[in-house]
Design a protein around this ligand. Structure first.
Ligand SMILES: C[S@@+](CC[C@H](N)C(=O)[O-])C[C@H]1O[C@@H](n2cnc3c(N)ncnc32)[C@H](O)[C@@H]1O
Length: 318
């Protein structure tokens, strides 16, 4: 995440102005009070670790840190003008991660149509029916053996996957993973949970990879590269399965603006705003991308209004 001379604390929202470009607060975008509480809180510890690494890297390279120029300094750091091509990839990725760290306690409201995500009984019933259909589709897939779930978040799909094989679930943010851990424990299921970037090169080959609502966070121009990472995770013949978003105006929260240019502005319950990459792919585009990146028999369909479901097998090594 870039250094910010003044910002609203990512954890509590309090505005803070840094004394100088070396202030850890500015790298972590946490106010001094939250920095002081980092010992008791996984998210704060994670932000501080990242901040130390990023400050160290900036010092080592002796180049001005990203975001330290006047142009980039913004009183509300989580509200950049646009996330589209003009925004450096590192900033976009960091903002998305900060968003999901902060959203972890309220993430499942989206699935459960609670609070700002409740859209009235008719829409919500349609949503529930399609969510059930997506779950049944996943349950019917022939997935077994060693399974990797990338960008697993709060683990909505993890109990189902953990009941099919030996599941490793990864996410780059620790707060959602903690929720996934609680969900698995509540189901009496075992899995391996680790903080890990979805873009990190695989350290082994497995029988199946699953992503839920992650391909839509991969920028269009990086989709083939990401599918290449998935292909390298898989043994020949292994399964890639995903569930993702179709665009529907009722899918997101009532106070979220209409997405444009593959970007969505998202608000938390406390009003903090983030702009993230959100690409609504057409099934045929994903079919073509899978065929072109080492997969065979791709099948990308929809549940109707809200969800995409996709499946492909890793082709034999070329
Ligand atoms: C839309 S949520 C999906 C969560 C879950 N897969 C689901 O289906 O409910 C996207 C997830 O991607 C995670 N994420 C963001 N950037 C990431 C990255 N570079 N590597 C791994 N996970 C990342 C976020 O922390 C968040 O949990």
């Amino acid at each position: 995440m870039p250094f910010r001379a003044h910002f609203d604390c990512l954890w509590c929202g309090t505005p803070h102005v840094c004394r100088g470009p070396d202030d850890l607060e500015g790298w972590a975008q946490l106010c001094p009070e939250c920095v002081g509480k980092a010992g008791d809180n996984g998210f704060l510890r994670f932000r501080l670790r990242q901040a130390l690494t990023e400050r160290g890297a900036a010092r080592a390279s002796e180049t001005p840190p990203l975001g330290s120029s006047d142009d980039d300094v913004d009183a509300s750091p989580v509200r950049p003008v646009s996330v589209a091509a003009a925004t450096p990839a590192r900033d976009r990725d960091a903002e998305m991660l900060a968003y999901y760290e902060a959203r972890a306690p309220e993430y499942d409201d989206w699935y459960l149509r609670r609070g700002r995500y409740a859209r009235g009984p008719i829409h919500d019933a349609a949503w529930d029916a399609e969510l059930d259909a997506a779950g049944r589709w996943l349950d019917d897939l022939p997935i077994r053996g060693e399974i990797v779930e990338l960008a697993a978040g709060t683990g909505w799909w993890s109990p189902l996957l953990a009941s099919k094989g030996e599941l490793s679930l990864y996410d780059a943010a620790s707060a959602p993973l903690e929720r996934a851990r609680g969900r698995l424990v509540a189901h009496g299921l075992r899995a391996h949970l680790h903080v890990r970037d979805a873009w990190a090169e695989p350290d082994r080959q497995v029988d199946a990879v699953f992503t839920g609502f992650w391909l839509s966070h991969v920028p269009r121009d990086r989709l083939d590269a990401f599918l290449g990472v998935v292909r390298r995770w898989l043994k020949p013949g292994g399964t890639f399965a995903f569930i993702d978003s179709l665009f529907d105006p009722q899918s997101s929260a009532a106070d979220h603006p209409t997405p444009a240019d593959d970007a969505s502005v998202r608000r938390l319950d406390d009003g903090r705003e983030f702009t993230i990459v959100k690409v609504y792919h057409e099934p045929r585009d994903l079919d073509a991308a899978l065929s072109g990146t080492g997969f065979r028999d791709p099948s990308v369909t929809t549940t109707g209004r809200f969800f995409l479901t996709g499946f492909a097998r890793a082709a034999d090594a070329r």
